[in-house]
Design a binder for this molecule. Structure first.
Ligand SMILES: Cc1ncc(COP(=O)(O)O)c(C=O)c1O
Length: 388
């Protein structure tokens, strides 16, 4: 198979850069770089129906993935997660069609596997062998595991109160783990310093251009599962926002490929009351989010006080006609129980937050009972034993 990867493009200025050397943020504007593909040629050459016959993991979308040589793909079968019809939740809440996309079934138990499989594969292709990441938890476990599989050196900086499972999986996979007395933003500052000192390549989300390509495959899968159309609403627990902007990117690519039409789902950002910089910026009508002070929530993955791709998240939510909403920790725990007891899925607290967000928006009439909605359960609850 052939990737149609052509170049990198600055999401702010449109300046272009070669995709065949390592990059982080755009050298000029210091903004997020997106990989771009020759979609015009791809449109003529790819038959979307051929994808149905490929192995059910995210690399089935190889033509729009950023790896040129298939032998560089570092995979553990990530992606291809089920979109489960949540019929008992529908009945409980008078909803016509509700799905849970269960990302907890990914290797390392979260959707971070998608992004890190893409990033480690591309790093391998570009000859990078020593990687570093700051992480709220799940990205650390995923990077450590994909580096183990690839035989690469891995360094991780994680808040010291990150979930225990994330610390243990990171160490078990042989990574160098540094616990930081602070939040992911403090871990980020420290990892960038150490990266410069030791010559490590920083794969922080959206500072590195390829993790988003792994996460965008959630968008391709949702469309494929629905017979190449999109739902009315997608609810996403938002930290750095890579998944939500990735799906948005996927929708635009699919339209250019002629695989879907111009319709888009309302994209809904859910954040915790104790850390809601994107919700605040959305409500204020701003395009950049001020860092959140004293961030706190049990949903560790969305305890992200500032996001480098804030403008991409806010643009996607606004263009889609979506919204942004907060939920409390107590409500998150209630939703964990409800999803587990009605649907049999023990969700990560971040994933459970999407149900609370959905129910609140139903109550306020922003989402209608008839609107087909996908809740993104971004990880498994098994990693959060200490919460229940
Ligand atoms: C389970 C889980 N959900 C959601 C998120 C937030 O993801 P994103 O950075 O794409 O907003 C994370 C990030 O750590 C996570 O681990």
């Amino acid at each position: 198979m052939k990737s149609y990867l052509s170049h990198l493009e600055c999401t702010e200025t449109g300046e272009t850069y070669s995709a065949d050397e390592p990059h982080t943020l755009s050298p000029g504007a210091q903004k997020v770089l997106y990989p771009r593909y020759d979609l015009e040629t791809a449109k003529r050459e790819i038959d979307r129906n051929a994808i149905d016959h490929r192995p059910p993991n995210m690399w089935r979308f190889f033509e729009v993935m950023p790896v040129r040589d298939e032998s560089n793909v570092v995979t553990m079968g990530e992606g291809g997660t089920p979109m489960l019809r949540a019929r008992r939740l529908e009945a409980a809440h008078d909803a016509r069609t509700l799905y849970i996309k269960d990302e907890g079934l990914n290797p390392t138990g979260s959707f971070k596997a998608r992004g890190l499989s893409a990033a480690v594969s591309r790093a391998k292709e570009l000859g990078l062998t020593r990687l570093v990441v700051p992480s709220a938890g799940n990205a650390a476990g995923a990077l450590a595991s994909y580096c183990a599989k690839a035989g690469m050196e891995c360094h991780v900086f994680m808040p010291k109160d990150a979930p225990d499972a994330n610390k243990r999986e990171t160490e078990m996979a042989g990574a160098h783990l540094t616990l930081v007395d602070g939040l992911i933003s403090d871990a980020g500052a420290m990892s960038r310093k150490v990266a410069a000192e030791l010559g490590l390549f920083d794969v922080s989300t959206l500072r590195e251009p390829y993790r988003v390509e792994g996460k965008k495959t959630m968008g391709y899968e949702i469309a494929q599962d629905l017979g190449w159309r999109l739902p009315d609403v997608i609810v996403y627990p938002t930290g750095g926002g890579t998944g939500i902007v990735g799906m948005w990117k996927a929708f635009n690519e699919m339209e250019e490929l002629g695989w879907i039409g111009p319709e888009r789902p309302k994209m809904i950002v859910v954040q915790a009351e104790g850390c809601a910089p994107i919700v605040r910026a959305f409500e204020r009508g701003e395009r950049h989010a001020e860092p959140w002070e004293n961030a706190t929530t049990i949903a560790a993955g969305i305890r992200v006080p500032s996001a480098v791709g804030d403008y991409l998240i806010l643009d996607a939510v606004r263009e889609s006609g979506g919204t942004a909403i907060t939920v409390s920790d107590a409500e998150i725990v209630e939703s964990m129980k409800e999803i587990a007891s009605l649907e049999g899925i023990w969700p990560a607290p971040e994933g459970a937050a999407t149900l609370t967000g959905y129910l609140k928006l139903r109550e306020s009439g922003v989402i209608g009972a008839e609107e087909e909605t996908v809740l993104m359960n971004t990880g498994t609850g098994y990693k959060y034993m200490d919460l229940v």
